[in-house]
Design a protein around this ligand. Structure first.
Ligand code: NAD
Ligand code: ZN
Length: 323
């Protein structure tokens, strides 16, 4: 990201009479570590960064989450500007205030709430995003449609090809997805209620990412499989139906998602579910879609046999045949 957009940002800041200094981390989910937080904090200290200085986090969700946490901790908090450069970051991670890093034990296990003072979103920055990252990020846009914006979902259905190839104006749908997040976070910042809905597809998605070792499977790719599986769970417990499952599968596939998963163990994935932060009193919480896009419900009473069966079908590549 620095190689592509760093110089431009540096020029803009200097043109505004500011005096930026650069702190970098290598790219990749495996860099979202406490060790990199320590390194960054040490650099800020040695650079003489003070309480009134501003940290500008440029990049995807990984640097956004990590440097957001650095901004939350350094001197008990300095001002933060997020400049998200991926779809995931522009519609999701740069707003809502959740910042933090992963532990080897689980993802996002260390963190804080730190709302940015500004979020600067430039859709032009997405032009340099590799196709796979574009497609993976799209999963979050579909998620926004399923949980709270039926019009967004149907717009994507009508424009899937142009969206996948980025041949249309992507701004309105990205903005719609962002607004879903803003609305939900404003209502429930601390995730005691409706904010849980944002985890649609993520309960399984996080487990798949973890079992894959955060390699060879992008966040959004895992979330898409999570949505496909959780929609089937919704059918099993009678809140959704085959029509919705097929509609969502079709859309995700048309957008380039639901590609074959790497080889993963069903047992390890199932075990991993209970390590997720969304577990309450030993029960795994699932966000389940209804029969139409736009509303979801939260359930923590899904029998383990159903979960196990669906997890196995997902990792064995049988899920899409089962609708
Ligand atoms: N805080 C939250 O509420 C929240 C919400 C969703 C996701 N997340 C976190 O976000 C992370 C995933 O975010 P991500 O998908 O943005 O990952 P990422 O930051 O790793 O970016 C993905 C890849 O794209 C590259 N990249 C970024 N911007 C680019 C650009 N404009 N052009 C070319 N390449 C570019 C990066 O170098 C990286 O290789 C996960 O750690 C997840 O936990 C946090
Ligand atoms: Zn996500």
């Amino acid at each position: 990201v620095h190689a592509l957009h760093g110089e431009c940002l540096d020029r803009s800041l200097r043109a505004a009479g500011l005096d930026p200094v650069l702190v970098r981390i290598p790219s990749g989910e495996d860099q979202k570590t406490v060790a990199n937080v320590m390194t960054a904090l040490g650099q800020l200290a040695r650079l003489g960064i003070e309480r009134h200085d501003v940290l500008v986090a440029l990049g995807g969700g990984v640097p956004g989450d990590l440097f957001g946490y650095v901004a939350a901790s350094y001197m008990r908090g300095i001002r933060l500007v997020q400049i998200p450069t991926t779809v995931v970051a522009q519609v999701d991670s740069s707003i809502g205030g959740k910042v933090g890093v992963d532990l080897p034990e689980a993802k996002n296990l260390v963190g804080a709430y730190k709302h940015p003072d500004r979020v600067i979103i430039d859709y032009e920055m997405l032009r340099t995003l590799p196709y796979e990252e574009w497609v993976a990020g799209t999963a979050e846009v579909v998620k926004s449609g399923v949980i709270a914006d039926a019009d967004l979902f149907t717009w994507l259905e009508s424009n899937a090809d142009q969206w996948r190839t980025r041949a249309c104006d992507v701004g309105p749908a990205l903005a719609a997805a962002l607004k879903v997040k803003v609305r939900i976070v404003q209502e429930d910042e601390r995730e005691t209620g409706i904010r849980m809905n944002l985890n649609y597809g993520h309960t399984l998605g996080h487990a798949l990412e973890a079992v894959a070792g955060y390699r060879g499977l992008r966040h959004g790719e895992a979330v898409a499989w999570g949505m496909a599986m959780e929609a089937r769970m919704a059918v099993e417990v009678g809140v959704s139906d085959g029509t919705f499952v097929r509609r969502q599968d079709h859309l995700l596939q048309a957008l380039g998602l639901l590609q074959p998963l790497p080889a993963l163990s069903g047992y390890a994935t199932f075990e991993r579910l209970s390590l997720d932060k969304k577990v309450k009193a030993g029960r795994v919480r699932w966000i389940l879609p209804g029969r139409m896009p736009g509303t979801v419900s939260v359930r923590d009473d899904i029998p383990a046999e159903i979960v196990r069966k669906l997890v196995d079908a997902t990792v064995d590549g049988r899920l899409l045949n089962d609708s």
